[in-house]
Design a protein around this ligand. Structure first.
Ligand code: FES
Ligand code: FE
Length: 403
C-alpha cells in the first residue's frame, strides 16, 4: 500500500463540480495549447473554446499575435460565427460593431457623439477584452484568464521549446491532415493514457514497429540494449548541434522535451520507417530520432525528421473530450493522398487505439464498481507525477473531491 501511487477517486473524473474546477484552474488560468503558428498568416484567426470562455487568436498584418475574448463589448454577443477564417476586421453579427484585428473598436453605428472621444476612440476604452497569448517554436498557447501583462510564467517552456523543437521548423510548416475526434472520457483519462507506455505492447502494433517500449518519463526499467541505443544516438546528435538533454517536467513543471532514438531501421514513425516528406526546418539531416513533447494539460507531440504530429485536447464536459490531431510537414512538401496516408498511418492508428482504450477505461471509472487503482512504480511514475501536478493546481476545496 504505502509507497504506491493510486488513480483518483471517482468524482475527480465524473463530478461536474470537479470538471468546472479543472476548466478554471487547470486550463483557463494556465497556458493551454491552442494551435499552430503556421495556421495564422496575416489576418488569419481561429477560436478556442474552453467551457464558457471563447478566445479568438488572430495575427495582425504587422505579424503581432493577439488573443481576444469572443465577446462583443456592446451587449456581449459572440463576434465569430465560424471556427476559423481570414479577416480584415471582426464585425459583430448583432449590431455590426467593427473591431480591428488588434481588438480595438473601429466603428459603431448610432452610438451618438457622447460615445466617442475627440480622437475618435470610444469612451471607457471599449474594445474586445484581451487575453494572454504566446507562441514559440510554431506552437500557440493562450491563457484566457490572464491579460497580456499578467500572464503566468512562460520563459522556461519557451527556452526549452526553442532549443529542442525550434530546429523542426513548425512555425513555417504546413498542416497536411487534421483529424478530429470526440472521445467519451474525462480529459485526465486521456492524459493518464498518454503518460505511460505500459499499454503499448498490447495495443499499439504500428507504434511499436518504430518505437521502443521504453522512454516514458519515470520508466525505471533497466534495459542495456535501449540504454546503449540512446547513448549512441545522443553522441551522434550532439556532434550535429541537436539538443540532447532531457527536459522532463523540471521542478514539477508542465512540460517535457526529450529526443529519443527510433528502432533500428526506422528513421521516422511510418510503417516502413522511411521518410515520406522532406527533412523539416533546420534539422541537420534525417537522423534525428523522434522528439517527444508534452505540455500539460492538453498537448502532446512527436516531431520526426519529416513530419510532426500534435495532439490537442479540449475538455467538453466531465465525460467528454474533443481531440484534434494535426500532421505538419515542410511547407514546400508536395504530397499526394497516398503520401498523406503513409505519413499519418502510425499516429492515426495509435490515436484511435488510444481513444478506444480511454473510452473503455472511462466506462469503468464512471461505474459503481470503480475504486482507485494502484499505479505501477516501474512504468507508471509519469501518470503519478501528472496527477500530482494536477492536484497542485486545484484549490483545497476541490482537492478533497479530486483526491
Ligand atoms: Fe455586438 Fe451589439 S452585441 S454589436
Ligand atoms: Fe497509447
Amino acid at each position: 500500500m504505502s509507497d504506491l501511487h493510486w488513480t483518483l477517486p471517482q468524482p475527480a473524473y465524473t463530478d461536474p463540480d470537479v470538471f468546472a474546477a479543472d476548466l478554471e484552474h487547470v486550463f483557463v488560468r494556465h497556458w493551454t495549447f491552442a494551435g499552430h503558428s503556421c495556421e495564422l498568416g496575416p489576418g488569419d484567426w481561429f477560436r478556442v473554446t474552453l467551457g464558457r470562455d471563447q478566445v479568438i487568436v488572430v495575427r495582425d498584418h504587422d505579424g503581432t499575435l493577439h488573443a481576444h475574448h469572443d465577446v462583443c463589448a456592446h451587449r456581449g454577443s459572440r463576434v465569430t460565427t465560424a471556427e476559423r477564417g481570414t479577416a480584415k476586421a471582426f464585425v459583430c453579427p448583432y449590431h455590426q460593431w467593427v473591431y480591428g484585428l488588434d481588438g480595438c473598436l473601429r466603428s459603431a453605428r448610432l452610438m451618438g457623439d457622447a460615445f466617442w472621444n475627440e480622437d475618435s476612440t470610444p469612451i471607457g476604452g471599449v474594445r474586445l477584452a484581451p487575453a494572454a497569448v504566446r507562441e514559440v517554436a510554431g506552437l500557440v498557447f493562450v491563457c484566457p484568464a490572464a491579460t497580456p501583462g499578467e500572464a503566468p510564467e512562460f520563459d522556461g517552456f519557451a527556452a526549452a521549446a526553442t532549443r529542442h523543437l525550434g530546429p523542426h521548423g513548425l512555425a513555417d510548416a504546413r498542416i497536411v491532415a487534421r483529424d478530429r475526434y470526440r472521445v467519451a472520457a474525462n480529459w485526465k483519462t486521456l492524459v493518464e493514457n498518454n503518460r505511460e507506455c505500459y499499454h503499448c505492447r498490447g495495443s499499439h502494433p504500428e507504434f511499436s514497429l518504430s518505437n521502443f517500449e521504453h522512454g516514458t518519463h519515470g520508466d525505471v526499467r533497466p534495459n542495456p540494449r535501449y540504454d546503449a541505443a540512446v547513448a549512441r544516438a545522443r553522441a551522434r546528435w550532439e556532434t550535429r548541434g541537436l539538443a540532447t538533454d532531457e527536459v522532463s517536467f523540471p521542478g514539477g513543471s508542465w512540460y517535457r522535451f526529450t529526443r529519443l532514438p527510433l528502432r533500428e531501421g526506422f528513421t521516422t514513425e511510418t510503417l516502413d520507417g522511411r521518410l515520406v516528406a522532406p527533412v523539416m526546418g533546420t534539422l541537420p539531416d534525417e537522423d534525428v530520432g523522434s522528439l517527444r513533447v508534452v505540455g500539460l494539460p492538453n498537448l502532446w507531440a512527436h516531431a520526426n525528421a519529416d513530419y510532426a504530429m500534435t495532439t490537442r485536447l479540449t475538455p467538453v464536459d466531465a465525460g467528454t473530450t474533443d481531440v484534434e490531431v494535426c500532421f505538419l510537414v515542410d511547407a514546400r512538401a508536395a504530397l499526394d493522398d497516398r503520401d498523406v496516408d503513409a505519413l499519418t498511418a502510425v499516429w492515426r492508428a495509435t490515436s484511435e487505439q488510444d481513444w478506444a482504450l480511454c473510452e473503455a477505461t472511462y466506462a469503468g471509472v464512471a461505474s459503481r464498481g470503480y475504486r482507485p487503482g494502484p499505479l505501477s512504480p516501474v512504468v507508471e511514475e509519469s501518470v503519478a507525477s501528472f496527477l500530482d501536478w494536477y492536484r497542485r493546481r486545484l484549490p483545497r476545496t476541490t482537492t478533497a473531491a479530486a483526491g
